[in-house]
Design a protein around this ligand. Sequence first.
Ligand SMILES: C[S@@+](CC[C@H](N)C(=O)[O-])C[C@H]1O[C@@H](n2cnc3c(N)ncnc32)[C@H](O)[C@@H]1O
Length: 521
Amino acid sequence: ALFDLRLLMVQHNRTREYGNSSQNSRTRIVLIIGTLARVDAIVRDLCAWLEENNVDLGAEKNLFLVQSENNCEGRCVISQKDYEPNSTILEFPLKFQINYRNAFKSDSLVKFLDWYAKKHPPIGQNLKLNRLDALYLFMIEQKFAKNSFLSKFINSLPHTYDTPEYFDKSLIDSLPDCFKRIILKRSQKLDLKFNFISNLLHECKKESQCKDIEDLCTNFTRDNFRWIFCSVNSRCFHAKESEICDKNEICQANKYFGKIKESDGEMQRAMKCSSLAEYERCLERSEEVRNNLCCLIPYLDFLNHSNEPNAFAFFDKDTQVFSLKSQASENLDCLAIRKGDQVYITYGPHDNLTLLIEYGFIINNNVYDKLSFSFDTLKELIRVDDSTEQFIWNCCIQKNLLYDLTCDQSEGPSWSLLKFLDFISCFDQTKNQSKKAKISTHDYNFYDINNFKDCKILFLKLLENIGGDLDRSLQKLEDLDDKVKKSYHFKMSRDLIKSYKLIVEFNTSLANDQERWAMMF
Ligand SMILES: C[S@@+](CC[C@H](N)C(=O)[O-])C[C@H]1O[C@@H](n2cnc3c(N)ncnc32)[C@H](O)[C@@H]1O
């Protein structure tokens, strides 16, 4: 009861900060109690279902799921006991690892996929169905199915998310161009995929006249697709196909979607690309291959992210279970998790823009925070004719200079960014054009910075462009509607822009300080 009271206070504060200011306090308290009761009921149902299906949640319930004390983290996993380093906390059998292979157990989806394979063989198509789409379709089907085995799990998924797919349009319009570019590209891809699948379903419905496909068509709406896209993206784990699917399932998947290549293979191919466009396609494909192997795992998807996690989750090939363990440590006297601690895993070494776009949150003083310069932004610095520009990008691809074009608030610009700027500074139109001929005869030294004065000028120009973009955005945010300005989405976006401004300021002063700049080389 005490714990609930504490949560009630936190919830009350959160409602005051982001909620509807016209609500009186009694209405707010009723709403808060409603939220807690709902979380409780969802969690109780989920745990009961898992236990009925022989998932061992611990005799004394080693963990419990609650609304987090930290604002905006949503629900979370709290430990009920101490854990030494590297001890097993929970184990999930294969049956609860939901991925594309579940679609093969649904009659209507198999009907649809068979129809698709006949009509649209997986080779030679520009846009095609992939393994991830099968997972989306399966989850949407289950959401509306009567007596679904997964109904308790599906009920436990959030109804909405805090990623830009759910932002108010006016907020998106006010974001800096460097964020907007990524967000809009993602939303275009989402639209393209939605229209593609939706058209296929309608085509199949017309031909098959089958009630199941008709239901699938009805439920496959833009809103449901956005919901499942965000659910999977923000809650999935990655596993190797050969580890969690059997031979028949892989064979069936190959028939519908084509064989899957290793993601690393795509990256190796990227180094051999002969144009920037081809290189970008390779990067996208490598991401797509990785995403193809997403799986959802009930309960484990309640784990929040920290850059200093106290636990980790992985698939154990030998026992065929997905295992949650406390973090390993060299100091075995020290507990990895104490009773009452929240259990955190890491979603990866992500900067705040990635966290916002993929997961809908940011972290204060994120050690991985950095400014990444897009190829489009960098292109603006290159003022040469088309063929020289193509030559520049090809050299950079072959010398692997494009993988980390960033600057941060502790080290300043990355080595590859400096090297990239140094290289392009040789091609200034106003300078001697014979440089190009020289470089093509391998005279250019790709291991040292040759021209750090010009490199600094280009770096400052880059920072000035980004700084202007951020300032214009902050101004636009101020002019937004009061309702939008009170939202969590607004606050998160503004905090992110402000932290990016700090990175720009740090790097500008670094570049302008002769001594510190010289130390960079
Ligand atoms: C895998 S789910 C974790 C469970 C989630 N909190 C829930 O209520 O269902 C990932 C989502 O949790 C939230 N989240 C995870 N880590 C967070 C953190 N450190 N700060 C804020 N929100 C976080 C984000 O909304 C993210 O999209």
